[in-house]
Design a protein around this ligand. Structure first.
Ligand code: ZN
Ligand code: ZN
Length: 166
């Protein structure tokens, strides 16, 4: 869905979109598993056109403890300013760090691309499939959420190394 930024006016125009999960690629380690909903608007102020609003979806990542699937909801509110490339190049607009500025060429942007960036910003560095995920057994490597291997909880691989020396 292309958003016509050239047509943006000071009075916000409402935008609503529901994109299928497969329309947005968030990289090799994450997968969008629910439709991506966006409710917001396109408008303009002296700095340039804006797309602002809220994006919601659900993403599957790898659990940092057991490597199983961890599903997390994403809710991101944002206000993206698009600085026309010409203006950005001429220095007419000072790009300030606190604003998430995008430069663009032409008159429109792809909404899926705007939402993809917002979702990527929301992805946590580390996720767990559940708060009390027991992770993989350091001794036998089995997923302790699924099997009770009866290995000692406080097993320390350094002791095993010592035992092997005997
Ligand atoms: Zn886990
Ligand atoms: Zn084990």
């Amino acid at each position: 869905m292309k958003i016509d930024l050239a047509a943006a006016r000071t009075v916000p125009k409402e935008l609503r979109a529901t994109l299928p999960p497969e329309s947005i690629d968030v990289g090799p380690d994450a997968e969008i598993i629910e439709s991506v909903d966006f409710l917001g608007s396109v408008w303009r102020d002296p700095r340039g056109p804006h797309i602002s609003g809220k994006v919601t979806t659900k993403v599957r990542l790898e659990c940092a403890r057991c490597l199983g699937p961890a599903e997390i909801p994403i809710v991101a509110s944002f206000d993206d300013t698009f600085v026309e490339e010409q203006a950005a190049a001429s220095g007419e607009f000072e790009i300030k760090g606190e604003f998430l500025d995008e430069s663009f060429a032409g008159d429109s942007v792809e909404l899926a691309e705007v939402l993809r960036e917002q979702i990527l910003l929301e992805l946590p560095e580390q996720v767990f499939c559940r708060e009390d995920c027991r992770g993989l057994c350091p001794k036998c490597g089995q997923n302790r959420n699924l099997v009770d291997c009866n290995d000692s909880e406080d097993f320390d691989p350094r002791w095993a190394a010592l035992k092997d020396l005997n």
